[in-house]
Design a binder for this molecule. Structure first.
Ligand SMILES: [Zn+2]
Length: 230
């Protein structure tokens, strides 16, 4: 079977993570989770280790500090890790689902040409999950996470009354800080300014822009995604 790359794109709360998990369960494709790749690097590398990228140096210890204090990690550092991971996955003949990358024009300009080389442009499916700003704010402010694994459970009619994590059975709680309405509004602004322009890179790179209505139920959104990637 032809290997594929699925890029799920959309505002915070569009349902990217939920849909990526569902699709990964169904297809066996690798769910590329940016935070897990960063955490793995921080665990495996010594803090003194220095990455040299395009003539600049990035110390792992500094990046750990940024991560722990809630700052964004340096884009060249992040992208160099992602590129290594993408190459490993391609070597292992894995299909990939992205749910949080590319997040900036810089990231897209580095990753998309590489993915085209490794998988072929016709095998990359870029899917925009469209939701209104009102839905985004509502869903994020009603988001719950599980105590054990920090699984994020987005608000939907299907998850509204859940009290236990469907994946591991631990209690569901509300996230503090990140899901306050003011913080969500800020994240939406950042999305509009820094992430949404990724769509321009996608078009420049000759990828087709598929849109799926993210306001539907989780099951219907999933069905539409499956149709797109067929
Ligand atoms: Zn869980």
């Amino acid at each position: 079977m032809q290997k594929q790359v699925i890029i799920l794109f959309g505002q915070p709360g569009a349902g990217k993570g939920t849909q990526a998990d569902l699709l990964s369960d169904k297809t066996g494709y690798y769910h590329f989770e940016s935070s897990k790749i960063l955490e793995a690097c921080f665990k495996n590398e010594k803090p003194e280790k220095v990455f040299e990228i395009d003539g600049q140096t990035y110390k792992v210890g500094d990046e750990i500090k940024r991560w722990e204090t809630g700052l964004l990690n340096s884009p060249p550092f992040v992208v160099s890790l992602f590129i290594e991971k993408i190459k490993d996955l391609a070597r292992e003949d894995e299909s990939i689902i992205f749910s949080g990358s590319p997040r900036t024009i810089y990231e897209a300009q580095k990753e998309i040409p590489l993915l085209k080389d490794l998988y072929g442009v016709e095998n990359i499916k870029f899917i925009l999950l469209e939701v209104s700003p009102e839905t985004t704010i509502f869903r994020n402010s009603h988001r719950k996470i599980c105590e054990l694994m920090r699984h994020s459970i987005l608000f939907s009619p299907e998850t509204e009354n859940l009290t236990k994590c469907p994946l591991d059975g631990s209690n569901l709680v509300k996230r503090k800080g990140l899901d306050d309405v003011e913080t969500i509004k800020k994240r939406l602004e950042v999305f509009k300014e820094q992430t949404f322009p990724v769509i321009e890179v996608i078009k420049e790179q000759g990828l087709h822009l598929n849109t799926v209505n993210g306001e539907q139920t989780i099951a219907d959104v999933h069905k539409n995604i499956v149709e797109v990637i067929k």
